[in-house]
Design a protein around this ligand. Structure first.
Ligand code: GLN
Length: 470
């Protein structure tokens, strides 16, 4: 499904699509709340030349929608109905979008599996038993299932790019500050990005044009002009310099990986791409996940201190204010989330700040310097987006801190530490499951990122793939 499929369509057909979405969701479990499509069609005043004319769009459930419940898949926000729209919602609506649903996610964005939503596991359309990855799990599942051409997510560690990989679709995390985060429930503010999913690069380029741009309500949003990414799209790979991150390749042990990846890179070379191996200091790669956990949990602990049943969130009874807060937070968050708050609080203790939190920030800086060094000689860096096919829940994902998990499953953090733009693109099918690569480009160089991605898409022939019979 593509955005242009909706260009000259009667918007009333969206009613049928919504019915399909409702029925498919019984298998996917990807939706928290459905939006009122009939009401949006009734009030629809867009002209046919609007960039997203009549286009159905899915929103992750941490994006504020006026009058529509926004839970971030957390029990504590079960009763939260925002009284304003996020900037990204306004921009999409002004471009012609019609919102179909709010999608399930790992609670508050904390997780990478799609197993941690208050509404239960989200299922991968390629194999319902397998996970979608997360945290933007519902958004990824619905694009992959051909139920929407565009779904919005957020990406703090890889939460758009990982589920895109497991579900065989395009996942974009633009440069930090490119898309306003106003109205998005935060996780870790120095790492949070709005990102999104499509089935092809042209749609991905168009969607960024619609959503990007300065917003005075988000002081981290950039004044940099938004380019005409879609009309400037050029998939010519001749002379493009791509650095392949050796550390990630070396960390993958699945014997099915190498033959498929080598066949893919050979095709890129045939198109005139200059491919070179580039190695990042292994100690820095091993430090990615621990550094991320310190910074993200510290920021999350501070950001979520207002979810206490008093200022925000469902309230549990208690004798006094303190007890109400304790009861509300104990019942409102899953134990996974509470664990993260414990880690966050610990590194924010006055006596630990220098030793833990500031040290992590310094390590982050050194890692970004290494990325800069690696990017100096290349248009983009390329690596497999994940170390395995989408696992099943009992595959004990991440319990073993081996190299595959620490490096191959977590290297996309490089894009969050640096804030540089990054995209996941499927490149092959292995045993019926999609596999993907990830690109990392220079700050605000989304055009080069899209151009290389388009070249890759032309080589693989996988533009627009979905899995609709599940
Ligand atoms: N998987 C990472 C985590 O658990 C990333 C989440 C995200 O990007 N929101 O925090």
């Amino acid at each position: 499904m593509r955005i242009q499929d909706f260009k000259n369509k009667d918007i009333h057909e969206l009613v049928d699509l919504q019915a399909r979405l409702v029925s498919a969701n019984e298998k996917l479990n990807a939706v928290v709340s459905f939006c009122d499509v009939d009401a949006q069609i009734k009030d629809y005043k867009m002209k046919e030349d609007a960039p997203l004319f009549g286009t159905p769009v899915v929103l992750k459930d941490n994006i504020s929608t006026k009058g529509v419940r926004t839970t971030a898949s957390s029990r504590i926000l079960d009763n939260y109905v925002p009284f304003y729209d996020a900037t990204v919602v306004k921009k999409l609506r002004d471009a012609g979008a019609i919102f179909t649903c709010k999608s399930a996610m790992d609670e508050l964005g904390m997780g990478g599996t799609g197993l941690n939503a208050y509404t239960g596991k989200v299922n991968n359309p390629y194999d319902l038993e397998r996970i979608t990855g997360g945290s933007s799990s519902g958004s990824a599942a619905l694009v992959a299932a051909g139920l929407t051409p565009l779904a919005i997510g957020t990406d703090t560690g890889d939460s758009v790019r990982k589920p895109a990989a497991y579900c065989g679709i395009v996942g974009v995390k633009p440069t930090y500050g490119r898309i306003s985060r106003y109205g998005v429930i935060p996780y870790a503010s120095s790492l949070d990005h709005v990102g999104y999913f499509t089935t092809n690069i042209e749609d991905a380029a168009l969607a960024l044009e619609v959503m990007a741009g300065r917003d005075d309500q988000d002081m981290t949003s950039s004044y940099k002009e938004v380019e005409a990414y879609a009309s400037l799209l050029n998939g010519d790979l001749k002379g493009k310099k791509i650095g392949i991150i050796t550390n990630v390749i070396d960390a993958i042990v699945d014997p099915r990986f190498r033959p498929s990846f080598d066949a893919f890179t050979k095709k890129l070379e045939e198109k005139g791409t200059i491919l070179e191996m580039v190695t990042i200091d292994q100690d820095l790669m091993n430090a990615l996940l621990p550094t991320y956990f310190i910074i993200s949990n510290a920021e999350a602990t501070a950001n979520h201190s207002n979810l206490d049943g008093i200022r925000f969130g469902m309230r549990e009874p208690g004798e006094d204010l303190n007890e109400i807060m304790i009861n509300s937070r104990t019942k409102g968050f899953s134990s996974d989330v509470r664990n993260r708050f414990v880690i966050g609080s610990y590194s924010l203790f006055v006596e630990n700040q220098d030793k833990i939190f500031r040290k992590a920030q310094k390590v982050r800086r050194v890692i970004v310097e290494a990325v800069d060094e690696a990017l100096k000689n290349y248009d983009v860096l390329l690596a497999p987006a994940a170390g395995t096919l989408a696992p099943k829940p009992d595959d004990s994902y991440g319990e073993d801190l081996n190299n595959t998990f620490m490096v191959a499953e977590n290297h996309m953090l490089l894009g969050n530490f640096s804030g540089y733009p990054s995209i996941t693109v499927p490149y092959d099918m292995v045993d019926g499951m999609p596999v993907a690569i990830n690109l990392l480009a220079r700050a605000f160089d989304e055009q080069t990122m899209f151009n290389v991605a388009k070249g890759i898409e032309d080589v693989t022939g996988l533009a627009g793939i979905t899995k609709e019979d599940f």
